[in-house]
Design a protein around this ligand. Structure first.
Ligand code: SAM
Length: 430
């Protein structure tokens, strides 16, 4: 089933969480000179026009990048991500939003490699077109094309991942971001990660997932915690209490296997800010938890009809920090500040089932018109994104066209102290 088009959702709060974390993962990877491979199993179209019919249909960017756009008080780590988006929009008007391949292109270095997979024929073509135009623009600027730096393939990212691991440089950042239109996606993510870790245990794997009431979603993070990675980190952002009709995406998470030790301190700085700026009601909150691989899964679960679940297996090793100040167990519904939380935590109630079905619809919107998300850096002089670092000349994201065309041991305790800054100076804001 290929009805999902990310253009409907571009720049929403889930994209903010995902792409902000992605920027930080690249920052960490960039600390070492050795080149790495970025693998995007579910790439989407690469760039989205926020004034397209798709994006304006529900204006989901108003829940995410919109409120951050004009802020002057962004925490530095979040500013790096917002500046990247601003770099695509030098006129100051928020018009384009970068997808994960574009974020990667901006954040990687000339010797790094991008391997991008997209199954949807239309989005795969748009992705290739976007990169082709960027490359043409770079050539016009006199920048030398870099061989096989970027490869785009119309294909199944789940299936393609294993063949790329381990990468020649033994360094890789993998983003897995499926639509979750079908519940099988949850299983496929876990299976793909299991196989990938078997081939490349030290890889850094980041998974975006929706936090929904449906069973697969509620159990998902707990399942990932049992994968044979040395460490994991889970962060969720909830922007509002789910409404009674269950429509809309209120909460999502990023689950990172073998996360950089720099990430958690940065999240602790940024997540409260995101809750403050993007939060819609008292249900807005965040959760950061991390832990080590769980062996001997004792996954006894208690709880039905509103009873809070007991910690299970790895939960005892986790270090949950929730934005509402209350301890939230992995997999447990996010408590609201008032007593209304009990509804959200009722996994077996009839209302919860109705909500789950309704919310799942968010992932199966019918395809409407063709999105106009082609970003043409040559169309408007001055659209070239600014240099990422002081020692790099300005460049537009570029690539080869479509092919057819020090971890901290997981103590289970919160990490104290301020965040470790990125190795390179963050870009200047503005
Ligand atoms: N990662 C993108 C970003 O952050 O900009 C968004 C990706 S979107 C959530 C998911 C994409 O996966 C859709 O474009 C969809 O067409 C594509 N897709 C679905 N199943 C796929 C598969 N098995 N392999 C590759 N792509 C797939």
């Amino acid at each position: 089933m290929l009805s999902y088009r990310h253009a409907f959702h571009a720049g929403n709060h889930a994209d903010v969480l995902k792409h902000f974390v992605q920027v930080q993962l690249h920052q960490y990877m960039n600390q070492k000179d050795t080149a790495y491979t970025y693998i995007d199993t579910h790439s989407g179209a690469g760039v989205y026009a926020l004034d397209s019919n798709f994006a304006t249909k529900n204006a989901e960017f108003d829940t995410g990048i919109g409120p951050l756009w004009g802020r002057t008080d962004l925490p530095p780590a979040l500013a790096e991500y917002v500046d990247l988006v601003r770099g695509m929009n030098p006129s100051g008007k928020m018009r384009y939003y970068p997808g994960s391949p574009w974020v990667a292109d901006q954040m990687t270095r000339p010797d790094d490699r991008l391997r991008l997979f997209e199954l949807h024929p239309a989005d795969s073509k748009i992705l290739a077109d976007n990169f082709r135009k960027a490359e043409a623009h770079k050539a016009e600027q006199g920048e030398r094309a870099r061989g096989r730096r970027v490869m785009i393939e119309r294909g199944d990212g789940f299936m393609s991942l294993k063949a790329l691991l381990p990468p020649p440089s033994r360094r890789a950042l993998v983003l897995i971001d499926p639509p979750y239109e079908v519940k099988d996606d949850y299983r496929k993510v876990k299976d793909a990660l299991e196989e990938a870790l078997g081939r490349f245990p030290s890889g850094m794997f980041a998974v975006w997932y929706p936090v929904l009431q449906r069973m697969e979603s509620r159990q998902f993070a707990d399942r990932l915690k049992r994968l044979p990675a040395k460490e994991w980190l889970n962060v969720t952002l909830t922007v509002s209490t789910p409404g009674p009709d269950g429509f809309g995406l209120h909460s999502s998470g990023m689950f990172i296997l073998n996360p950089p030790y720099t990430l958690e301190p940065l999240l602790r700085e940024v997540m409260p800010y995101l809750v403050k700026v993007l939060g819609k009601d008292a249900g807005a909150s965040f959760l950061i938890e991390r832990g080590t691989q769980v062996t001997g899964a004792a996954a006894g679960r208690v709880g039905a009809g509103g009873t809070a679940r007991q910690p299970v297996g790895n939960a005892r090793r986790a270090s949950p920090l929730s934005g509402t100040g209350s301890l939230r167990l992995p997999g447990q519904a996010m408590p609201t500040r008032d007593a209304g939380a009990k509804d959200a935590a009722r996994p077996d109630g009839a209302a919860a089932k109705v909500n789950a079905a309704a919310r799942a619809k968010r992932f199966s919107r019918p395809e409407a018109e063709r999105p106009d998300e082609r970003f043409d850096p040559a169309r408007d002089p001055g659209k070239a994104p600014r240099a990422r670092y002081a020692d790099e000349r300005p460049r537009v994201p570029g690539a080869r066209p479509e092919r057819a065309a020090g971890g901290r041991p997981g103590s289970g305790r919160p990490v104290a102290g301020a965040g470790t800054g990125p190795a390179r100076p963050p870009r200047k804001r503005g």
